[in-house]
Design a protein around this ligand. Sequence first.
Ligand SMILES: Nc1ncnc2c1ncn2[C@@H]1O[C@H](COP(=O)(O)OP(=O)(O)O)[C@@H](O)[C@H]1O
Ligand SMILES: [Mg+2]
Length: 252
Amino acid sequence: MLEIKDVSLSLGDDGNHVEILKNINFTFENKNLYVITGPNGGGKSSLAKVIMGIYKPEKGQILLDNQDITDFDITERANLGIGYSFQQPPRFKGIKVRELLRLASGGFDDETDMCRLLHNVGLCSRDYIDREVDNSLSGGELKRIEIATIMARGLKVAVFDEPEAGIDLWSFQKLSETFKDLHENYDTTIIIISHQERILRLADQIILLADGKIKEVTDGEKIMADIAANTRDCMCGQDCRKGVNRNVECIG
Ligand SMILES: Nc1ncnc2c1ncn2[C@@H]1O[C@H](COP(=O)(O)OP(=O)(O)O)[C@@H](O)[C@H]1O
Ligand SMILES: [Mg+2]
């Protein structure tokens, strides 16, 4: 379980500090899938970076399974099993997928394990295991390979920042199935920053973060029911629905 206790964060130059996170309190329970959503600039990526140890909060504590990790750096947290997926995954020219998976897992070499991982992220292992992790891969392929490396690490907590960014719709649909499988078949606690309804649907809990504060925590099923209940006539022949961010969307 990952506990965020009364965390505040300010960033910027001396004399020009901006308060980014304000007294955040939240407990991420083991094996659950959480989606953090909310407007741009609300502090979502900053919270992810606080969890990873990239930003150090000026106030508050972070505990992993009751251990205080507030002063741990990125490497120490990675060793404890906290991983972060970049908004744009890096490419590694000259490194093959199998080598990347071996490095990520800390040495597993078994081809069957690697193939299972690639299969779980929706890639045909025969076609990908000897591919280079370079510009020949599309954004969606790269994202799925990165997720395979996260699974290979057997992480306790995995944070994904807007995994939908930069990938096409078809790949995105496969990607959301990948998250579903990851949630069902692995013990990792999953935290996804996303605006996508397809991802919101997978959540055990949805956290609405705006203006550096948690505005609302909602049960995943409830919020989807709310969206359905708010469907009403928008214009002639159109439906409208209220999204998580309380924006009314017209459909049709
Ligand atoms: N390194 C930084 N220095 C100063 N301000 C920052 C820095 N990083 C983010 N911010 C500001 O913090 C706020 C929250 O940013 P961010 O966490 O990226 O929001 P989100 O991911 O929800 O869009 C924004 O106003 C942004 O401009
Ligand atoms: Mg962000």
